[in-house]
Design a protein around this ligand. Structure first.
Ligand SMILES: [Zn+2]
Length: 221
């Protein structure tokens, strides 16, 4: 049996995290997120973690090869043998090419690239509705999980604010960058016959069903 290795693609606010969580829970896969890998390497002060830290200290982006080497080390661990859900990597075409090399060396391969599609305007309305408590950091959403009293935290009475990242202009700029980076990736994996597009709008339970179906079909291939 070959491992069910999946890449999840989706814009910020597309619900990728929820989908990753469900895939892992329902299909017993391991969630491999670059955020976690970074935190782990920084916390354990690995060689790669320390290298990444020097770039971050200078306010620079961590180079692709450093990130790719962290991913390589993670994917070489025995717990991912049944399969993994890769989230946050690759983000760019060179990263995708490194990933192919990494997996070839591990005698492994990607079974499916699940691309969660959500219209840009929907993303803008999802993200720009987010609010966070200044005191306790509790997250709210003006439509999906509003505070009982507008602008005030239910838990601690703190003031709710919108992160700079979530204001509509910033969200649109993030989406532009996202599309620029992602379209070559989608093209790369489409050529390999791996891309499955999932409609990411509508009730969450239905999106989860579509994602699970896509993953099961990939497993049966
Ligand atoms: Zn609070």
């Amino acid at each position: 049996m070959t491992a069910l290795n999946i890449i999840l693609l989706g814009a910020p606010g597309s619900g990728k995290g929820t989908q990753a969580e469900q895939l892992c829970k329902q299909l017993e896969l391991v969630h491999v997120s670059t955020g976690d890998i970074f935190r782990e390497n920084l916390k354990n002060k690995t060689e790669l973690g320390q290298l990444a830290q020097t770039y971050m200290n200078e306010g620079k982006l961590v180079p692709d090869d450093v990130t790719a080497n962290m991913v390589r080390d993670r994917l070489a661990k025995p717990d991912v043998q049944k399969g993994f859900v890769l989230d946050g990597f690759p983000r760019t075409l060179p990263q995708a090419e490194s990933l192919t090399d990494i997996l070839n060396k591990l005698n492994s391969q990607i079974k499916a690239v699940i691309y969660i599609k959500v219209a840009d305007e929907e993303i803008v309305s999802r993200l720009s509705g987010r609010r966070i408590c200044r005191s306790c950091q509790k997250p709210y959403h003006v439509i999906f999980s509003p505070a009982a009293k507008e602008g005030v935290c239910d838990t601690c009475g703190g003031e709710l604010y919108q992160r700079d990242d979530d204001n509509p202009t910033t969200v649109r700029a993030r989406l532009t960058t996202y599309h620029q980076q992602t379209s070559p990736l989608v093209e790369y994996y489409t050529k390999a016959g791996l891309v499955v597009e999932i409609e990411g709008q509508g009730p969450v339970a239905e999106v989860i069903d579509r994602t699970l179906t896509a993953a099961r079909q990939a497993a049966a291939k």
